[in-house]
Design a protein around this ligand. Structure first.
Ligand SMILES: [Ca+2]
Ligand SMILES: [Ca+2]
Length: 461
């Protein structure tokens, strides 16, 4: 080979390789054993050079700023605490006072090269510690990660600003900031926050105090995690406090948090009448396999079944035992009879009224049901026999708009779902026999009814 450098290679089969050539124009001369030769000119460009990895870094508390000194290519940083980055000159905040192996891999079309360095970080004793807590939530949930202050080196805090970062946006993303003792303004476009106290004296600074919460939406699959950081780009971190009556910056260190995807989720919801009144004391049971968990609705009809294992099928079913005579009236029987005769009474406008009318739960509203309701009104019987006092319909399940005495049946009386994330499951409660919707939603025992159009709800316990 001739200019700009010379090298030689032995043919291996019909090919040969001469690595690490600087860019330039080369003449390749092939000589056979007998001395005959032939030449060809070709050029080698820079882009085909092997990558070279190197970096330096600076430490400030637990914040490390990395300076890339590698050849061009794509960069993959592994900071040694299970977090990563792909930008050229990342800044990273470590969670603990410790040593970490930080590695950089640079890749180009010729291959890749890695280099690792030991980075030791520490939190100075004279600095306040801003601690982003660890928190997990189910896929789809929004969790509220507390940001607290420890080692409060100032009497009161007057300002705080910085930028939020999540190491892997496929796992979780920041959706906002919820006030604690501070109420920062937040810019979702660049994930920066800024707070200043407008009382003139600042907010008292106590150990463990929650400054604010970062609202984080969980997106990843269960078991995944990401680092939630307060970082100095694009908005520089600055903590301001009162120092002997003078506002000044406060030295700080930041401990990052881990947001992770939980392997449990909750089923929650509300149980209401079809006119929207909350139903308390409804037993809502979630069953999968041989296990079941039950919670009773509160005074507003809300329930919550927490910490259910995900990736399981659940059957959610409400049940309410309350007095059978609630909401019954002879007038409702006349309206029901006119409906059965096809006279379209004005009092019956909802398919739930037909479900209420089916007093023996046989899937149709008929004269026999009117007879059963009448027996309860006059005291010949105390219950509906094969029908419970309340039945339930899964909210949002399809209902015919042109309903008849039979086409609203069967209805969805439970919710069956594959639990993958926090899930809402609402139900409509229907008091059996209450054809006109007059049942008192809070009546559990005794004999009380209350017209729902009345502002005053009359009941006694
Ligand atoms: Ca932390
Ligand atoms: Ca019936």
């Amino acid at each position: 080979m001739e200019r700009p450098s010379s090298s030689s290679a032995t043919v291996n089969g019909s090919s040969y390789t001469i690595p690490n050539l600087p860019s330039g124009t080369y003449t390749v001369k092939v000589t056979e054993n007998g001395g005959c030769s032939q030449s060809k000119t070709m050029s080698v460009t820079n882009s085909n050079q092997q990558p070279v990895a190197n970096f330096s870094y600076s430490v400030n508390g637990t914040t490390v700023t990395f300076i890339n000194q590698s050849s061009p290519g794509t960069y993959a940083w592994a900071f040694g605490d299970n977090s990563n980055a792909n930008n050229s000159n990342p800044s990273h905040i470590y969670g603990n006072n410790a040593s970490y192996q930080a590695c950089l891999t640079v890749t180009n079309t010729c291959g890749s090269q890695s280099i690792c360095k030991t980075v030791t970080v520490g939190i100075p004793a004279n600095a306040a510690l801003i601690d982003v807590k660890d928190l997990s939530g189910a896929t789809g949930a929004i969790i509220f990660v507390p940001v607290t202050i420890e080692n409060c080196v100032t009497g009161s805090l007057v300002s705080f600003a910085g930028s939020l970062n999540i190491s892997n946006p496929a796992v979780a993303v920041v959706s906002g900031i919820i006030p604690g003792s501070m109420s920062p303004q937040y810019n979702a476009n660049n994930q920066t926050f800024s707070y200043f106290n407008n009382s003139g004296s600042g907010v008292p600074c106590g150990p463990g105090q929650i400054l604010f919460y970062v609202a984080v939406q969980i997106l990843g699959n269960q078991g995944a995690s990401a680092v939630l950081n307060i970082i100095g780009t694009p908005l520089t971190i600055e903590l301001g406090g009162m120092n002997n009556g003078t506002p000044s910056t406060v030295p700080y260190s930041i401990s990052s948090g881990i947001v992770s995807v939980a392997n449990t989720a909750k089923i929650a919801g509300e149980v209401t009448t079809y006119w929207g009144a909350g139903l308390p004391s409804v037993e809502v049971t979630a069953t999968h396999g041989a296990t079941s968990l039950m919670k009773v609705t509160d005074e507003n009809g809300h329930y919550e079944l927490p910490a259910l294992t995900v990736s399981e099928m659940y059957r959610v079913e409400p049940k309410r035992i309350a007095q059978a005579e609630n909401g019954l009236s002879t007038y409702a029987l006349f309206a029901g009879q006119r409906f059965i005769l096809g006279m379209e009474p004005l009092e019956i406008v909802s398919p739930y009224q037909i479900i209420a009318g089916d007093a023996n739960c046989d899937g149709q509203f008929s004269s026999l049901d009117l007879f059963l309701i009448q027996r309860l009104i006059i005291g010949t019987s105390q219950d509906f026999g094969q029908c419970p006092s309340w039945v339930f319909v899964k909210a949002g399940s399809p209902m015919p708009t042109e309903f008849t005495a039979t086409n609203v049946f069967p209805y969805y009386n439970c919710d069956t779902l594959m639990l993958t994330k926090d899930t809402i499951s609402d139900f409509i409660g229907v008091k059996v026999g209450d054809i006109l919707g007059h049942a008192n939603p809070v009546a559990i025992v005794g004999n009380q009814t209350s017209p729902r159009n009345n502002d005053i709800l009359q009941f006694s316990l």
